[in-house]
Design a protein around this ligand. Structure first.
Ligand code: SAM
Length: 338
């Protein structure tokens, strides 16, 4: 099926770990990340909200599981967004201009940026930012082989804190790329804060933002409850990661993956629900969970096109064209930061 192009013109934490080619780095990034995970998991288990950031899904295993999710028949966002990007890549390239520098937030396997790199004219540099450092560096090595001569500088960092980037190169524009609807993992006020910071980083350039749209709840429900159980394994990996990295003793079989669409809040919620009364050790502390108690692990907010444009405008961007697919499942936005 060919995606329809709908173009409408209306109107720190800083980078902390180093990429092998001299990307910004600060010492002890791994230790800091471990300390953050332990602190946030402890706070979540103490309650009362029992909620933790989805950024902790992504160690090497979590990144691999996410790549498998992208291939699932029920998980439409990756396929649909790639289809849209393939159709609008030339238009995006024209807007970006020659020698643009691409900064990708939450770059993962660097799959979608290939569509931009093939279309952009002589891109000056590519800065993929991701919290999952090992996966990021492996993906960057593969990309360098594919795009010989491209300056790829991975930045292992947490984009939910403040970010610092190396000074811009040359005369091209700095173009942010934030696909995968990762913006929807933020609460609305956090999303606004992220966009404000991105606007600051991309002055004179633009942001290409991919977000999932509100739709039939059944479709959403299926996407986060796949038949093969890969999303369940991804969710449970948070506990397995705590066992590996923090010496916790979660019995992962005693937790159930639970994902549902919260229609009033327009978000998918993912939880890990305790199958029985149990106690878990984390460091010197023990935490008791009742049967049926949950650890809230992710929100994935869904957007309307107008709602997203209003949010971007509130953050200082000038919303440009929007591209979507024939079923209006997903949308890709050009947001000017000039
Ligand atoms: C949903 S995946 C999307 C991956 C890819 N951009 C795509 O569209 O397929 C989210 C990605 O963002 C990264 N990530 C999540 N939270 C992050 C954070 N706070 N800072 C930096 N990267 C983060 C994860 O490691 C993962 O690669």
């Amino acid at each position: 099926m060919k995606p329809t192009l709908v173009a409408r013109d209306v109107a720190p934490a800083v980078a902390s770990a180093a990429g092998p080619r001299g990307a910004p780095q600060a010492g002890g990034a791994h230790d800091e990340a471990d300390a953050g995970f332990a602190r946030d998991l402890r706070a979540a288990l103490r309650g009362p909200s029992r909620s933790i950031s989805p950024k902790y899904f992504y160690d090497l295993e979590g990144s691999r599981l996410f790549d498998r999710i992208c291939e699932l028949p029920e998980y439409y966002p990756t396929r649909v967004e790639c289809g849209i990007l393939a159709r609008c890549a030339d238009a995006l390239a024209k807007r970006a201009g020659r020698q643009a520098e691409i900064v990708e937030f939450g770059a993962g396997s660097l799959r979608k940026v290939r569509l931009l790199l093939q279309a952009f004219e002589a891109p000056a540099r590519y800065l993929p930012i991701d919290i999952s450092a090992e996966h990021l560096h492996a993906s960057a090595t593969t990309l360098r082989h594919e795009f010989e001569g491209l300056d790829v500088q991975p930045v292992a960092a947490d984009f939910s804190r403040c970010m610092a980037l190396p000074p811009a190169l040359g005369s091209g524009r700095r173009i942010g790329f934030f696909p995968g609807s990762s913006l929807g993992n933020f609460a609305p006020e956090e999303a606004l804060d992220f966009l404000r910071r991105a606007h600051g980083l991309l002055q004179g350039g633009a942001l290409i933002l991919g977000v999932d749209l509100v739709k039939d709840p059944q479709r959403l429900h299926a996407a986060y409850n796949d038949a093969q159980g890969v999303t369940a394994a991804f969710n449970l990996n948070l506990l397995a990661r705590a066992n590996r990295e923090l010496g916790a003793d979660f019995d992962t079989h005693q937790f159930a993956h639970y994902a549902f669409y919260n229609a009033p809040l327009r978000r998918i919620e993912m939880h890990l629900v305790s199958r029985r009364a149990q106690a878990v050790a984390l460091g010197a502390e023990r935490f008791c969970l009742e049967e049926g108690e949950s650890l809230h692990t992710e929100n994935s907010y869904k957007f309307t096109i107008e709602g997203l444009r209003a949010l971007a405008a509130a953050a200082g961007f000038r919303p440009g064209p929007v591209w979507t697919d024939p079923e209006r499942l997903f949308s890709v936005h050009w947001l000017d930061a000039s």
